[in-house]
Ligand binder design. Structure first.
Ligand code: ADP
Ligand code: MG
Length: 261
């Protein structure tokens, strides 16, 4: 199996080709091709039900494609080519691939019975990182997301914005090469959106490769290198954010943007 050190650094970090996924008769992804170059931010836009979450979930094998594939860092996610066929990887191998990809959900997904620090060190401890090192790393990450000093708080004692910032620290704790965000601010009260977007903006500036589903159009315009508009499981249009967001060519993109702006 190829690993990062053998992978051509000039190739896109993420390559998605011919990705299709149905639930029953419902075609949710209907032939998706995407490249995400290293160190860039891609924003996925589209109406509810257009397949955005399913696409993100295919990138870390939380969903299994019906056909096509997702490659991250030169490795096919969830499958290994072998004598012309694709064979599914073991749970262990899939877990290893997932540990290189951080994901942040709309609903924070922190463990309610664990403190902030326990939430952030849990992944590294499970990965065999010594406790002292995991705690030190958590301290650095919590500082980075503006949550230093809150290590012993429980999620219920925090605002939604604080919980989401801890969730971002947790997703960063295994030093992922890719971060996926699925509507990270959609569940927040409006006054808490900015503090979470600020953390994501800092990550973008640090060169993290990211794919972000968001309806925050101003933020998308500011941080994204590429915007992709999905509708009905297909890419309707994609390109530079200024083109897609300020001068959309397709009626469906125009209708969506006028509804969210
Ligand atoms: P989006 O994130 O753009 O709102 P999703 O990817 O969540 O869209 O969903 C796309 C469509 O697929 C929706 O109609 C949704 O109901 C359906 N869907 C998603 N996950 C499942 C599932 N596990 N089983 C059945 N249908 C699903
Ligand atoms: Mg969704």
């Amino acid at each position: 199996m190829r690993d990062d050190t053998e992978y051509d650094e000039t190739l896109p970090l993420v390559r998605i080709r011919g990705l299709r996924k149905s639930f029953g008769l419902h075609k949710v992804l209907d032939g998706i091709d995407v490249d995400v170059p290293r160190g860039t931010v891609t924003v996925l836009l589209g109406p509810s039900g257009s397949g955005k979450s399913t696409l993100l979930r295919c990138i870390n094998h939380l969903e299994k494609p019906d056909s096509g594939f997702v490659e991250v860092g030169g490795e096919i996610i969830g499958y290994r080519p072998s004598s012309g066929k694709l064979h599914e990887l073991s749970h262990r191998e899939i877990a290893r691939q997932r540990s290189t990809i951080g994901m942040v959900f709309q609903q924070f997904n922190l463990f309610g019975h664990m403190t902030v620090q326990q939430n952030v060190i849990e992944g590294p401890l499970a990965a065999g990182i010594p406790r002292g090192e995991a705690v030190a790393r958590a301290g650095d990450l919590l500082e980075r997301v503006g949550m230093a000093g809150r290590e012993s708080a429980y999620p219920r004692q925090l605002s939604g914005g604080q919980q989401q910032r801890v969730a971002i620290a947790r997703a960063l704790a295994l030093k992922p090469r890719l971060m996926l965000f699925d509507e990270p601010t959609s569940a927040l009260d409006p006054e808490l959106v900015g503090e979470v977007l600020a953390v994501i903006r800092d990550l973008a500036r640090s060169g993290m490769t990211m794919v972000i589903v968001t309806h925050e159009i101003g933020f998308a315009r500011e941080v994204a290198d590429q915007a992709i508009f999905l509708d009905g499981g297909r890419i309707v249009e994609s390109g530079a954010p200024a083109e897609i967001l300020d001068d959309p060519q397709h009626e469906r993109t125009k209708a969506f943007l006028s509804a969210v702006l």
